[in-house]
Design a protein around this ligand. Structure first.
Ligand code: PMP
Length: 317
């Protein structure tokens, strides 16, 4: 893994590659006591000719800069971030699975490691990058998932930190996701905290609905993570002639959709087979993968794996 340390004024030491292992950390570190930390997730793919491609790392770097600012932390600049990611991937090249067998998941993390007892930003920071090979999300190809609408708990409040990738955003979803999984659902759909009426996102992915071939996804109003896959799918779908709207999407529209899918680094494009809201369960497309999800999944993954032309300049070697 790659480790780089800095102070609150943004003075960074030289970063270095070290073997993956535990960190030594103060019990009063900002991250342990006040959740001062942001992270990213991206993937590297091995192509048929053995090159390693990363997908839009600059977007992850910029999202970390933005998130760090919201959490009162200095962040590594875009070049430092991309360099650190490249170094880590290169040092772990042998762990990138063969084409079609998965990818190397890359986890950049920025945490307040300096001691701070009173509530304040930590005096020191650690930026690190570690990686892990991951398989394809769905074993036998695309497979629709079952979601449950959560009407009591919310993941993000207006004016809070829902729009940045801070570690504390995942605390509110642990219990709801775990409980839903225990009942046989794959994940949870969160609604807005103000009216409990509009769809926001799933625990770790964004959501899209398709009605009469028109694609809609909840607008970014500060309580939804601006997913890089979400942005890519919007651009890809528009380039293929679809109308795509970013706007409030009500739970009623979700239930009345022809097709629903989720997007994220881990799941790429993830078709939704059913949504349960209270006692009502809606099955989409008779529970099989919808045509729009299938088309966009194939279009995106073929760019990510270097199979089709990257007209958007998204992949980086
Ligand atoms: N929403 C949440 C809450 C997430 O954790 C993620 C994963 N980063 C996403 C959406 C999708 O974002 P991306 O496409 O950048 O992975």
């Amino acid at each position: 893994m790659y480790v780089k340390k800095g102070d609150i004024a943004g003075n960074w030491q030289e970063g270095e590659l070290v073997p993956y292992g535990n960190l030594e950390i103060s019990p009063s570190a900002g991250v342990l006591n006040y959740g001062q930390g942001v992270f990213e997730g991206l993937k590297a793919y091995r192509t048929a000719d053995d090159s390693i491609l990363m997908f839009r790392p600059e977007e992850n770097a910029l999202r970390m800069v933005h998130g760090a600012e919201r959490m009162s932390m200095p962040a590594p600049d875009v070049d430092t971030f991309i360099n650190a990611v490249k170094q880590t991937v290169l040092a772990n090249k042998r762990w990138v699975p063969p084409t079609g067998k998965g990818s190397l998941y890359i986890r950049p993390l920025l945490i307040g490691t300096g001691p701070i007892l009173g509530l304040a930003p930590a005096p020191e920071y650690t930026f690190l990058v570690y990686v892990s090979p991951v398989g394809t999300y769905f074993k036998g190809g695309l497979s629709p998932i079952d979601l449950k609408v959560e009407t009591y708990f919310h993941r993000a409040a207006p004016g809070g930190t829902g729009g940045v990738k801070t570690i504390s955003n995942y605390a509110p979803v642990l219990k709801t996701q775990y409980t839903a999984k225990g009942k046989g659902y794959s994940d949870v759909v969160y609604l807005d905290a103000k009216e409990n009426k509009y769809v926001e996102e799933v625990s770790s992915c964004n959501i899209f609905v398709v009605k009469d071939k028109v694609i809609s996804t909840p607008e970014l109003a500060g309580t939804i993570l601006p997913g890089i896959t979400r942005n890519s799918i919007i651009q890809l779908a528009r380039s293929r002639g679809y109308e795509v709207n970013e706007r409030p999407v009500s739970v009623d529209e979700l239930l009345a959709a022809d097709e629903v899918f989720c997007t994220g680094t881990a799941v790429v494009v993830n078709p939704v087979g059913s949504v349960t809201h209270g006692t009502k369960r809606v099955l989409y497309n008779h529970g099989v993968v919808g045509g729009v999800s299938q088309e966009l999944y194939e279009a995106l993954t073929s760019i990510q794996m270097g199979v089709s032309k990257d007209e958007f300049d998204w992949v980086v070697e």
